[in-house]
Write a protein that binds this ligand. Structure first.
Ligand code: ZN
Length: 241
């Protein structure tokens, strides 16, 4: 029986939903993120605010929410030439991957997360990777996660579970999952409260735009991340008929 988890928490919509998932499911939950000199520190600011708001609005979850770990990973920015760490425009590479792909990023994140989980005696590593995502990042695939789970468990001689609650669902279903988790939080209108919190405080936009507010949150409205978030929210919010 698993009772504790470490959530890879970037401050975006997906990882905030994963955090809610872990808080609903486990007794002790800690969070981790990496500063790899992202082009915008907006994400790192967002995660502080999201954690604050969760503590403020969801008392039952606050009791389970433990330490937050922020690891310096500047070396990742130094070895990769991508539009997430450099000031270059987004485009598709000849490989078929967008130039937002940071090779090995998730592999590094999971390895470091497992090292922290080892030290903190946390059993489950929760990550918001998704195969239904537009980007097709190979380090977000289910096969990669299974291989990492095996490698980390063998390499650290500890049985890790890598949990990926969003692996097979699209963004509309991610919003619906957040609503459902909020409903089960014990807070009145918790579903709407969690959706509102995600809209207002999480950050997804590749350009780091926090000036344009839409019904689905802040962002430029045009980059691939904004498009995906907007389309998902529209389908989630559309009245069923
Ligand atoms: Zn954007």
């Amino acid at each position: 029986m698993h009772t504790s988890a470490l959530v890879l928490f970037s401050g975006g919509q997906d990882s905030t939903t994963c955090l809610a998932h872990a808080l609903e499911r486990y007794q002790r939950v800690e969070t981790i993120a990496f500063d790899y000199r992202q082009r915008h520190s907006v994400e790192l600011d967002a995660r502080r605010v999201v954690l604050q708001e969760i503590r403020k609005q969801f008392p039952a979850w606050t009791l389970k929410l433990g330490e937050d770990h922020l690891l310096d990973l500047a070396v990742l920015g130094a070895v990769s030439e991508t539009s997430l760490t450099r000031d270059t425009a987004f485009k598709m590479e000849a490989s078929g991957l967008p130039n937002t792909f940071v090779p090995g990023r998730n592999l590094l994140f999971l390895t470091l997360a497992a090292a922290v989980a080892y030290r903190r005696d946390l059993q489950v590593i929760v990550t918001g990777v998704c195969e239904a995502d537009f980007s097709g990042y190979p380090d977000c695939r289910d096969d990669t996660m299974k291989a990492m789970q095996l490698a980390l468990s063998l390499g650290m001689d500890k049985r890790y579970l890598i949990e990926t609650p969003l692996m097979w669902i699209d963004k509309a279903a991610t919003w619906a999952m957040a609503f459902d988790l909020g409903q089960r939080s014990g807070v009145a209108q918790g579903g709407q409260k969690l959706v509102d919190l995600i809209v207002e405080h999480t950050h997804t936009c590749y350009l780091g735009d926090r000036t344009h507010r839409h019904v689905w949150g802040y962002g430029c409205g045009a980059c691939p991340a904004c498009e995906l978030r907007k389309r998902g929210f529209d389908r989630f919010a559309a009245p069923a008929d």
